[in-house]
Ligand binder design. Sequence first.
Ligand code: 4AD
Ligand code: MG
Length: 467
Amino acid sequence: MKTIQRTKIVDLLALTTYGCEVNVKGWVRTRRGSKQVAFVALNDGSTIKNVQIVIDLDKIDEELVKKISTGTCLSVNGTLVESIGGGQSVEVQATEIEILGECDNTYPLQKKGQTMEFMRSVAHLRPRTNTFGAIFRIRHNMAYAIHKFFHDRGFYYFHTPIITASDCEGAGQMFQVTTMNLYDLKKDEQGSIKYDDDFFGKQASLTVSGQLEGELAATALGAIYTFGPTFRAENSNTPRHLAEFWMIEPEVAFNDIVDNMNLAEEFIKYCVSWALDNCMDDIKFLNDMIDKELIERLRSIVNTEFVRLKYTEGIEILEKAVADGHKFEFPVYWGVDLASEHERYLVEHHFKRPVILTDYPKEIKAFYMKQNEDGKTVRAMDVLFPKIGEIIGGSEREADYNKLLTRIEELGIPMKDMWWYLDTRRYGSCPHSGFGLGFERLLLFVTGMSNIRDVIPFPRTPNNAEF
Ligand code: 4AD
Ligand code: MG
């Protein structure tokens, strides 16, 4: 076969140099035709769009053409011609075809309209479908937008450890990391496991958040963000929880809770605008196939001001809803950790726009949050979104050494694990704030997908670590 420089399909579809010779490579999506001519829709992942390959059976070996079926990988040389019918402006009239990889009829992606459950069982192949191709292109674009947002504003990307000995959220949902022989564990007189001979000489786990180390960096570099994998062993089999997810955590010295809210709102609007400006082909497809209100919802977020409301006021609204006959599965009272149904009631029914809820009871929030004067609440903030519930969790941090120490002791957090964190408050402490955005929750919102397992390539959830 003649050597011609390959053109990606995304670039080829924009060409108007009719009559020129081109080479395209990709995987066959569909094949149809008659005795005389075959039409192949070829996709190479560079765009959701396929290019049509026209194969005249007088010109191409019939035995070779017979082997072309859905999933086959082809290299095609041909002439670029103006397309007469159909959506595309150009197609390729094949002059030479090489089969790079055959594909037999056991290929699982033959039929259209498979369920999402089935797609998860073939997660190794699902990026080859329109839906998952679109999602993973959007995922890449969002990651890029996040780095650009922070870089343009003078934040430094700071790498926090994945293996850690401290439980940032204090929720005890950590996966342990060990090289010990689990069949022969050494224990002390009390029956506790001895970690002296373990790899790190103490108990170690996968991180649930990079925040504590992020605070060390913010109180030196000024403004930083982390963006990395995060692990939680919470046994909640819901459409919004993963055991391994990606989190973005900005942390900024001298920001108070209001600055923090402003940053969160600007950040999320920037990401959604970026998707609308840069991923429209994929978003249009998802709007047609998955969620007919997607584009409208994305546009409306960019243009509305988020509601800012205190937890106590939120509870009052929910209690009034209950009094008026609205049925929630979980009870509503001051002090309760809001369930997703409560958050969504505020966002979807009551305000009909995103809500930033602040000043939560200290009992349901982490030890590091700044304590309010009332002695009951902390300067926490959760950003609540339509269809998602909590998309961001954050706070102003307790900057006072003694107050922080008292809270750590009240909660019985082992001090020996915390000495380095407390040093930020001992040596030149400063007001500072930050938050964490769940990357996959953002992607749920931007793609209109309803299950978090479908916006990460290889989801890890209870009883599932395939691929
Ligand atoms: O609210 P969370 O637990 O906050 C923290 O971890 C703080 N240390 C963040 C900070 O202030 N720097 O988690 C933050 C966000 C949530 O709002 C949610 O979007 C996401 O992380 N998240 C999850 N996403 C998927 N699966 C899970 N199991 C998640 N748990 C939290
Ligand atoms: Mg939270």
